[in-house]
Design a protein around this ligand. Structure first.
Ligand SMILES: NC(=O)c1ccc[n+]([C@@H]2O[C@H](COP(=O)([O-])OP(=O)(O)OC[C@H]3O[C@@H](n4cnc5c(N)ncnc54)[C@H](O)[C@@H]3O)[C@@H](O)[C@H]2O)c1
Length: 458
């Protein structure tokens, strides 16, 4: 069992302190608010949360939980400090980390007096980079000691929900630990023991970011559901039935489908149907900002890809993939077509490879589309990959219809790669004299914003 201190006895800190004490650890809660300290000391909960008071009372009686305003006492008598202080919004939306910084300095001053190694675990919600830019400097400055040598800093975001926080604490969907060094995770494993769900060990920045991604997605889901509900109501459609049928699709709707960062969507359905829905909502005098923002957001994403190519400052560009997704020759509203049009407009010389699309092969409405809408693009098309690769300086990978080993075999070391398929595998440059293997380049990713062209849309 560990000796734990918990800084901040609000919703997160009080639950963390009580649950860890209930699990058998020796816990000291710290707060600058004497009323919260007194309440915990009296076996009462400082915040209203179902089941919390019982845990606090029993842990107090068992002698495993105490509270203090004295940071030094807490740090000197614990192996690990969980920082659960507030990180509120400023009026302009900026995250206010003043309290966090103050709390870290207090812990740092206490560390100055401590002989042994200590873990500082940030549970407060903070933007990526905060541990490195604020927490570590504050601790090092106040303690005169060094992160990674005298103490460890970990990020361990909190995912419990108010109202069911005690239950959520021991039944997490998953647990996330971030650290600078792998050996820093051990202490957290000792605190949590066998916890249900997957445990992810990752970097500080990833751990910090995951929390925001989850909350942004939850907010997005609520807003999406509410806008759809309002639209259904306006169109005299039963929203409950629509929702039930929507939720029954666990292949594409409630699933991991379409959730990997990629390039803009396109094709003959999504843009058209969104436009129709938004137009119908406007006719019904309905304001649906979320649904209305999807097309502009998609356009902005496409523009980031254009900027990525222009940013290479090279003239000859090869685009691999023209149709809106691999395995089809459908070019309607393909983001690649838009990308190429923009690049041509910016004076780039473009060559295009697409296995499925060439003037010689394509038939019917797609041939008509090329001849009528994009005749200049049709002329740039080739199904000869080597020929395209030979003659370009920048290669934009926009299709899944090509495998990395085929590509790697044909690349030159001086060519720049803009891989738009997936943020997780987006090599930026095949640097001069480097061995041109995509795998080896995977770490030097593009900025995630234009990480990928996932041409998956239906
Ligand atoms: N409330 C939630 O359900 C929830 C869930 C996940 C994450 N979070 C995040 O966790 C963090 C804490 O949230 P909360 O709702 O528990 O906040 P809170 O405001 O309820 O509690 C923060 C506590 O920290 C105390 N405090 C301030 N300065 C201190 C210091 N120097 N030393 C010790 N204690 C100090 C305050 O007196 C207060 O009791 C925030 O970053 C929040 O975004 C909250």
């Amino acid at each position: 069992m560990k000796s734990v201190s918990v800084f901040g006895l609000g919703y997160v800190g009080a639950v963390t302190a009580a649950c860890l004490a209930d699990a058998g650890h020796s816990v000291i809660g710290v707060d600058v608010n004497p009323a919260k300290v007194a309440s915990l000391e009296a076996g009462q909960t400082p915040v209203l949360e179902p089941g919390l008071e019982e845990l606090i009372k029993s842990s107090r009686e068992a002698g495993r939980l105490k509270a203090t305003v004295d940071s030094d006492f807490a740090v000197l008598n614990s192996d690990i400090s969980f920082v659960c202080v507030g990180t509120p919004s400023r009026r302009n939306g900026q995250l206010d980390t003043t309290i966090l910084e103050r709390s870290c300095k207090e812990i740092g001053r206490a560390l100055r007096k401590k002989a042994g190694f200590h873990h500082v675990v940030v549970r407060s919600t903070v933007l990526p980079g905060t541990a490195e830019s604020l927490v570590i400097p504050a601790l090092e400055g106040a303690s005169g000691k060094r992160a990674g040598v005298d103490f460890a800093v970990c990020s361990h975001p909190e995912f419990t929900r108010e109202g069911s926080a005690v239950r959520d604490f021991w039944e997490p969907a998953r647990t996330v630990f971030g650290a600078q060094q792998a050996e820093h995770f051990q202490c957290l494993h000792e605190v949590y023991g066998q916890i249900p769900g997957r445990v992810f060990e990752t970097t500080l920045r990833v751990a910090e970011m995951v929390k925001y991604v989850c909350n942004a997605f939850h907010a997005l889901k609520v807003t999406f559901a509410n806008e759809i509900g309002s639209l259904c109501e306006a169109l005299a459609v039963d929203a409950g039935t629509v929702t039930n049928i929507f939720l029954a699709d666990t292949k594409l709707n409630v699933s991991s489908a379409y959730l990997k960062p990629g390039f803009a969507f396109g094709g003959s359905c999504l843009p058209k149907d969104l436009r129709a829905l938004n137009h119908r909502a406007k006719q019904a005098d309905l304001d649906l900002p979320l649904l209305d923002s999807i097309m502009p957001s998609n356009d902005a994403h496409l523009e980031r890809a254009v900027e990525a190519v222009l940013g290479t400052k090279r003239k000859k560009v090869g685009v691999l993939g023209l149709s809106f997704k691999a395995g089809t020759d459908d070019l309607r509203e393909s983001p690649s077509v838009q990308l190429i049009k923009r690049l041509l407009g910016e004076g780039r010389q473009v060559r295009i490879w697409d296995q499925e699309v060439s003037l010689g092969r394509v038939v019917g409405s797609n041939r008509q589309f090329i001849e009528d809408e994009i005749p200049h693009i049709g002329l740039l098309l080739s199904t000869d990959l080597d020929e395209v690769l030979r003659n370009v300086e920048v290669i934009v990978i926009g299709t899944k219809a090509i495998d990395d080993s085929t590509l790697a075999a044909s690349l030159r070391a001086d060519q720049v790669i803009v891989d738009l398929r997936s943020a997780a595998r987006s090599p930026k440059y095949a640097t001069k004299n480097s061995e041109v293997t995509l795998a080896a380049e995977q770490e030097s990713a593009l900025p995630a914003s234009f990480g990928a062209l996932v041409l998956d849309a239906a």
